[in-house]
Design a protein around this ligand. Structure first.
Ligand code: PLP
Length: 405
């Protein structure tokens, strides 16, 4: 499918040894590692054209501005958004959701209204809606998932009423790996004139996304989960909503004219980008998107699916293992527990073998409450991982089982 050795060579961190053991990095759902081209791009920005953007007359400022706006175009094409001014840069998916929740909420959600939120959301796609509901006097309606960790349209249907204003749902669950039927959700919501925010933080690095084909009102993601830098994220929003929404934060850049009596606001997307933007990471995120696109998301998805199937098959033979999230459509995430072992202990023992997994609630406490467990061990694979590394996890878990017996 692609040259895995060449791919791994692009990621300098993977050459490391941890406790004198080769690093096996299976914490990709938390954050992904960065290819050399992304690291080089950051160095290039800071060593050759660093300057504050949009307000300069000098060469460096114009160059930094051009590169930032080119990056916006890269994101527009990546999501297949109709216009580049529908792409707003934020600090990450969390800030992106807070932007939509606060701004959309202030204008379009009122007393007695309802916001449907799925039971499998990351806290960052639940808590901002709780805050808005509290402020506006609205109500959160839970859309529960089934025992496989799947969201069913038949369960959603009766939850939509004339009071529903928005549905908040992830494209892919970070703790279960479920790929949700977002197109069906959006089609149903739009029949009732309900807006949909799709949290794509765990999707864009695995699945080709086309916001026009999906028809979503808002789509958000984080740069650091798609092999780009931390501190940068994206809101795609339909122009018709963004134009009607009030600014999220006030400050420089987002204004047109300011006096003590009155301020008028800048046009899209700048209305939502107050202050000096994170242009360096924006430019480096675009580099990451180009890198991933060159490999091809279809190739990445096929390779990761093979890794997932291989890992599930192998791990299934471990005594006392229980999987959480067995959806038909999944990305490369395995959430599990070993009978009688606390996930934290499993993760700590694996760490000493050079294997990085995540343990705990994965910022999805309602998911853990659903299953009645304190947390899980989560191994999440990227396209630079290998079957040999999966074998390493399997052997590591065998040792853990013996040690904790
Ligand atoms: N949504 C999902 C599904 C996530 O997995 C995460 C992070 O793990 C977020 C949102 C929040 O992303 P960030 O912490 O980059 O803002």
């Amino acid at each position: 499918m692609f040259d895995i050795d060449a791919i791994r060579n692009d990621f300098p961190i993977l050459r490391q040894k941890i406790y004198n053991k080769p690093l096996i990095y299976f914490d990709n759902a938390a954050t992904t590692q960065k290819p050399q081209c992304v690291i080089d791009k950051l160095v290039e920005v800071y060593t050759t054209y660093n300057a504050n953007i949009h307000r300069g007359v000098h060469y460096l400022s114009n160059k930094a501005t051009d590169e930032t706006e080119k990056a916006r175009k890269v994101v527009q094409l990546f999501l297949h958004a109709p216009y580049s001014h529908e792409i707003i840069f934020t600090r990450g998916a969390t800030e992106a959701i807070n932007l939509v929740a606060q701004s959309f909420g202030e204008k379009f959600i009122h007393r007695g209204d309802e916001i449907i939120v799925s039971e499998m959301e990351h806290h960052s796609n639940l808590v901002p809606w709780q805050l808005v509901a509290e402020r506006q006097g609205a109500r959160i309606v839970k859309w529960p998932f089934n025992q496989n960790g799947e969201l069913e349209i038949s369960v959603l249907k009766p939850l939509i009423t004339e009071k529903t204003r928005l549905i908040a749902v992830n494209h892919v669950s970070n703790s279960l790996g479920t790929i949700n039927p977002v197109k069906e959700i959006i089609d149903l919501a739009h029949q009732h004139e309900v807006a949909v925010l799709v949290d794509g933080a765990q999707a864009v690095q695995h699945i080709k996304v086309d916001v026009q084909q999906l028809g979503c009102d808002f789509y958000v993601f984080s740069g650091h989960k798609i092999y780009g830098p931390t501190g940068i994220g994206v809101v795609y929003g339909k122009e018709k909503w963004l134009n009607g929404m009030p600014p999220y934060q006030g400050g420089g850049e987002m204004i047109e004219n300011v006096s003590f009596e009155k301020t008028t606001f800048n046009q899209l997307p700048f209305k939502f980008e107050a202050g000096t933007p994170n242009y360096a990471d924006t430019i480096a995120m675009a580099e990451a998107i180009k890198y991933v696109s060159a490999i091809g998301l279809e190739n990445i998805a096929a390779y990761e699916k093979e890794l997932l199937n291989y890992a599930e098959e192998k791990l299934r033979s471990l005594p006392g293992i229980e999987f959480y999230g067995t959806a038909h459509e999944k990305t490369s995430v395995i959430s599990f527990n070993l009978h009688g072992a606390h996930p934290f202990d499993v993760g700590t023992l694996l760490d000493k073998m050079g294997i990085a997994v995540r343990t705990g609630t994965h910022c999805t406490e309602p998911v853990m409450q659903h299953f009645g467990i304190p947390g899980t061990v989560r191994a999440s694979f990227a396209f630079y991982n290998t079957k040999k590394e999966v074998d390493g996890l399997y052997l590591g878990l065998q040792k853990v089982v013996q040690m904790l017996a």
